[in-house]
Design a protein around this ligand. Structure first.
Ligand code: FAD
Ligand code: EPU
Length: 352
């Protein structure tokens, strides 16, 4: 774009503070993107010519296994607003670099419920569509309206709706054909005015009940408010998931695997306790954390990489681990789960 747009590159840039595993790797070149115009100016700058590129938000869903011989684009675009409303919904837009959790809290503060189940997920707004973040009974796709992105090869700004993004469980076009093609610059969410609480997830229901009993004056039958769900989700997450600032991790390391009905029936014969969720298409989703736990991995370590002691689906860096250490641990877990249950675990984060 504008050749006058000033770009400052930093060479040999340390990425340790930019990935929540805390891996100590470096980038050949890095650049902080604070305005949309800087994006094309950066990738078209002669100093970055021909380099591979890596887009980073909060680094909470990436496994940096090595130094990166390329240009890291640190997405720091800011801004959020209620863009419009119609009879049925409010539309709120946030720039890609906004912190996801702060954005969710801000929507509630505006009196706009709908994202509360996704409280405290680390990372940025711009990364939320990449794997269609989900938690506690809600996926982002259910509240998504559209996004804006820049296609790096053409320099064009595109607006994509939900069907173009092809959202699935922890999946979207951006993890497939669209990988490394687009930089998302903003996302617009549709928050229906006819809001109903979604409090059916067992951990959340339990936490809400405990809090009602705790304050001693709420009615147990009252429908929870969006703020009550937000608070309960925050409570559940703080109890089970490690804070990356204290213990490096990237959340769930594997997806919950889908099996067909016949495989599930055979598995349940052998393992009646198996935790599972029936899917609309007849398949069954298994709790990978349960499978890993059942193999005895919870709390175990291989070198400095370990399985979290409160959630077996989360692999952690106990200090000084490398991406290769975490991969070695992940491979050992995959082997055991496959041998015992005949189920292949697919990693959830993106790998470099
Ligand atoms: P990054 O890790 O920086 O990037 C992830 C991927 O997205 C990379 O491929 C990157 O290139 C790409 N990317 C990032 N920003 C952009 C952009 N603007 N344009 C184009 N590509 C981009 N996830 C869930 O779904 N549910 C959970 O409950 C959940 N819990 C978690 C708990 C913990 C403790 C942690 C550490 C992680 C958890 N995660 C969860 C995973 C993670 O928080 C999400 O995937 C989040 O959306 C990642 O955001 P980020 O900004 O950190 O992305
Ligand atoms: N379980 C065990 N042992 C464990 C861990 C889990 O037995 O060590 C059992 C639990 O008792 C529970 C079941 O497995 O019955 C599911 O556990 P949990 O509720 O903790 O959720 P999860 O399936 O492990 C998924 C998402 C999380 C999301 C939570 C809440 C995936 C891959 N993970 O975890 O997302 O926060 O549900 O909705 O779908 C992430 O994507 O990074 C992430 C953290």
């Amino acid at each position: 774009m504008s050749e006058a747009e000033p770009i400052s590159f930093i060479a040999d840039y340390p990425l340790r503070a930019h990935n929540t595993f805390g891996f100590d790797v470096r980038a050949q070149l890095a650049c902080r993107i604070e305005r949309d115009e800087q994006l094309l100016a950066a990738v078209r700058d002669p100093r970055a010519a021909g380099l591979p590129r890596l887009v980073l938000g909060g680094g909470s869903n990436i496994v940096l296994t090595r130094d990166f011989a390329g240009l890291v684009l640190l997405v720091a675009l800011r801004g959020r607003r209620i863009a419009r409303e119609d009879g049925d919904a409010w539309y709120v837009e946030a720039a890609a670099g906004e912190n996801w959790h702060e954005f969710v809290a801000w929507t509630l503060a505006q009196g706009l419920p709908g994202l509360e189940n996704l409280a405290l997920i680390p990372g940025t707004v711009g990364a939320a569509p990449i794997q269609n973040i989900g938690a506690y009974g809600l996926e982002m796709a259910e509240r998504f309206a559209s996004l804006r992105a820049v296609e790096l090869a053409t320099g064009e700004t595109v607006e994509l709706d939900a069907s173009a993004c092809r959202f699935g469980y922890r999946d979207s076009v951006f993890k497939r054909e669209g990988r490394d093609r687009f930089v998302i610059t903003s996302v617009t969410f549709r928050l229906p005015k006819a809001w109903t609480p979604r409090a059916g997830y067992a951990d959340v229901a339990r936490e809400l009940a405990a809090r009602r009993h705790g304050d001693g004056n709420g009615s147990v039958d009252a429908a929870p408010s969006a703020q009550a769900i937000f608070d309960a989700v925050v409570g559940v997450r703080r109890a089970k998931l490690p804070d990356p600032l204290a213990l490096g991790n990237a959340g769930s390391f594997f997806k919950n695997p889908l099996v067909d009905a016949a495989q599930f029936d055979a598995l349940r014969q052998r393992e009646p306790q198996v935790v599972s969720y029936a899917q609309p298409d007849g398949r069954v989703k298994l709790a990978a954390g349960w499978l890993i736990d059942r193999c005895g991995w919870k709390g175990r370590a291989l070198g400095a990489a370990a399985v979290h002691d409160r959630q077996a689906l989360v692999l952690v860096n106990r200090g000084g681990a490398t991406g290769a250490d975490v991969l070695a641990l992940a491979t050992a877990i995959q082997r055991d789960v496959a041998a015992r249950f005949g189920v292949d675990l697919e990693p959830e984060p993106i790998f470099l």
